[in-house]
Design a binder for this molecule. Structure first.
Ligand code: S3P
Length: 167
């Protein structure tokens, strides 16, 4: 069976962009977990799920998305930044392949996505920094492989993951 690669990391760590490149390099499919989660709701955006139904509902939908994703093979899965909050999700996905953590500094995250308004958990920089400090050790702890992505071009990050997957 062909295994999956599950990318984890904070918002803005590059899970989707790196994931697409990695999938191209390795001739794998790519899927964004947020898209699956959104498709299980009747909402138009993740921000709308948070605003109208709250985070708890979003996390419930994420568990359902993880169950669906666990059926896939040969797929690079860009997970939602909050999956480390829910060990059940990591257990579902971790069984299907390798977990790769994309590590960034908070400063880099702010530079990349601090100006965007589509992330409900990135509205207040001080709160987001607390979330970052709480979660960053969890990404590392759950990962089979950790890769630093600060200031690194997408192609190089994807290449490094490919190399390290071989060992
Ligand atoms: C979240 C990250 C988002 C999305 C939702 C919640 C989080 O995904 O799932 O806004 O809790 O960190 P990205 O990491 O793809 O931005």
């Amino acid at each position: 069976m062909k295994m999956n690669i599950i990318l984890i990391g904070f918002m803005g760590s590059g899970k989707s962009t790196v994931g697409k490149q990695l999938a191209r390099n390795l001739f794998m499919d790519f899927i964004d977990m947020d898209d699956v989660t959104l498709s299980l709701s009747k909402r138009k955006s993740i921000a709308e799920i948070f605003a109208k139904e709250g985070e708890v509902r979003f996390r419930e939908l994420e568990i359902r998305a993880a169950k669906l994703l666990a059926k896939r093979t040969n797929t690079v899965i860009a997970s939602g930044g909050g999956i480390v909050l829910n060990k059940i999700i990591l257990d579902y996905l971790g069984k299907t392949g390798s977990i790769v953590s994309l590590d960034t500094t908070f400063e880099e995250v702010v530079e990349r996505i601090g100006h965007m308004e589509n992330r409900p958990l990135f509205q207040d920089k001080v709160k987001t920094k607390k979330l970052f400090d709480f979660r960053q050790p969890l990404y590392t702890a759950y990962a089979d492989i950790s890769v630093t992505t600060d200031k690194m071009p997408i192609k190089e990050i994807a290449q490094e993951i490919t190399e390290r997957m071989k060992h």
